[in-house]
Design a protein around this ligand. Sequence first.
Ligand code: NAD
Length: 473
Amino acid sequence: MDGLPTQQSEEEELISIDPADGSEVARVRCTTRSELDQMVATAQTALENSGWKRLLPHRRAAILHKIADGIQREKDTLARLQMRDNGKPLAECKAMAESAIGTFRYYASVCETMETDVTPPRSEYVSLTVLEPYGLVACITPWNSPLMNDATKAAPAIAAGNAVLLKPSEDSPLLAPELARICREAGLPAGLLQVVQGRGRDIGAALVAHPGVRMISFTGGTHTGRAIAKVAAERLVPAALELGGKSPHAVFADADIDSAVAAVVAGIFGSAGQSCVAGSRLFVERRIYREFVDRVVKRTERLRVGMPSEPTTEVGPLASFHHRERIKRFVEMAKAEGGRILCGGHAPVGGVYDRGAFYMPTVIEGLDYRARACQEEAFGPVLVALPFEDEADLIMQGNGTAFGLACGIWTENFKRAWRVGRALEAGSVWINCYKISVTSSPFGGFKDSSLGREKGLGGYRLYSQVKSIFFGL
Ligand code: NAD
């Protein structure tokens, strides 16, 4: 035993630990293999008996709106539960609940308005292209933003007429059952959204391999995504994968420096860096490098690290004690590679810090862009700063990772912003802003960050199969 508060007991139970103080929040029983078989059968029966996929879209939309109403009514309770389940500051948890509400409303509208394509009629036939659900979809989510990630998958999947088996992370198991209850209370036919609990390597692996699952939607680490993709390839079922990132900020000398400093700090240290789009690599044009990085460090040192329930807290604890150990190892690795710690680089001590999984926001410089600390995702409050000489150098370094999820570009030169935005390999490009996310814009990444795109109209089509129907005339 390593003496850390543990998230698992015997084989069949998960323990949710509040990372702010190490206390136990709740215990959740893991789903067994035979229960999984039963859930698949229940979902298939529900699909057949409820007529969900044949229900007129506006009736499906009405239920999605009621689900949004249910989350709205309970949003404060849900936000508090998430805060205890994974340690995010309460304000952020409330924003996640708002996002879940918006997602259900958006896909209610999409479901109601999605059009059927008609090919130009020929003299002897006309053809219609219609969308049909896959049937049973496995939705697997990570621990960092459970309610928001669950909604991003469940809303379009059920809007498109599917049944869902939702598997939350073993490190944040408490929100998915609440969402399933709200869905039931809103009138979603029983069995159409069920929750599978347990560890990824056990029940998660059984879920993706289950012959009853016809489509897989996964958000999590790239390593896991690759393993799931192999199973999906063997089974010939589609897999949509939203994976990790090592997103760069590029700051040119002509940037609005005040705004850039604020956004760089918020972009990495919001959610204590536990965000797939965290701007974890900072590239600054060499002639302003020292001044800019010093300002980033000063602002970082002023961040209020504390209890997630305190309204003034800007950085809460990490989501688990085990994750803090990973971050400590990551920073040690950066030091061993020659990185200089400009601030942070340790867990705070004294008072509330002694009981929680806190780690100080950390800025590191002096590394080559090929160093492991500049290549691998920390998924924590760690920023690496590097200078660049010119556009070509920035693009070479910025694109020099396996990831390609997002990037931020800071310049007042519109043409340059456009050029660099097109050249950087990233699914989301934020120019003079960062982490803007709306449900109507597609979201995903290049290279090892993603396979497919969520959100937007494509997020609905993701859960639909295309059928062409020809009428002879
Ligand atoms: P993870 O890959 O360890 O786990 C994610 C989920 O997959 C969990 O529910 C887990 O139980 C399950 N799982 C694990 N192994 C499995 C297997 N073999 N078969 C089926 N399911 C399995 O990731 P995590 O640590 O929970 O989350 C952190 C990662 O998620 C980071 O890399 C982060 O960048 C990424 N993430 C990406 C996005 C995005 O939209 N691109 C959003 C949030 C988080």
